[in-house]
Design a binder for this molecule. Structure first.
Ligand code: AMP
Length: 112
C-alpha cells in the first residue's frame, strides 16, 4: 500500500518522533500550524474516521489514552486542540487516520 504515514511508521520515510508504542506513532508535523503541532497515527492503516469500526476502534481508544500524557510531555498544560480531518470537505490530505495535536499558544475560536 502506498501510504505516506505507513512508510513513516515503518521508518522508510524520516520523521521527528514524539512518541511510540505498540498501538500508535506520534511525530511532529512537517508544516506546523501552531507552535506545537504533532500528529498521532494508529500503527494499523485506517483510512479516516470513516474507516473506524468495532474491529479496529481499540487503536482509537489507545491513542486517546496517549494524547493527554503526550500533551503534558509537550508542555501543553494550558490546553490544546485535537483535530482529525475526514474526506474531501474535511480537507484530509493523507488517507491514514491521524489526530493533530495543536497547542503552544491561544488558538483561534474559529474551527471552520
Ligand atoms: P491532513 O491535511 O489532516 O490530512 O493532515 C496531514 C498533515 O500531514 C499535514 O498537516 C501535513 O503538514 C502533514 N505531513 C505531510 N507529510 C508529512 C511528513 N513527511 N512528515 C510530517 N508531517 C507531514
Amino acid at each position: 500500500m502506498d501510504c505516506l504515514f505507513c512508510k513513516i511508521i515503518a521508518g522508510e520515510i524520516p520523521s521527528n518522533k514524539a512518541y511510540e508504542d505498540d498501538w500508535c506513532y506520534a511525530f511532529f508535523d512537517i508544516a506546523p500550524q501552531a507552535p506545537t503541532h504533532v500528529l498521532v497515527v494508529p500503527k494499523l492503516h485506517i483510512s479516516s474516521t470513516d474507516g473506524i469500526n468495532a474491529e479496529n476502534s481499540i487503536y482509537v481508544g489507545k491513542i486517546f489514552e496517549v494524547i493527554p500524557k503526550l500533551a503534558a510531555e509537550l508542555g501543553l498544560g494550558e490546553g490544546y486542540r485535537v483535530i482529525t480531518n475526514c474526506g474531501e470537505n474535511g480537507c484530509q490530505s493523507v488517507k491514514h487516520l491521524h489526530f493533530h495535536i495543536l497547542g503552544g499558544k491561544k488558538l483561534s475560536e474559529n474551527m471552520a
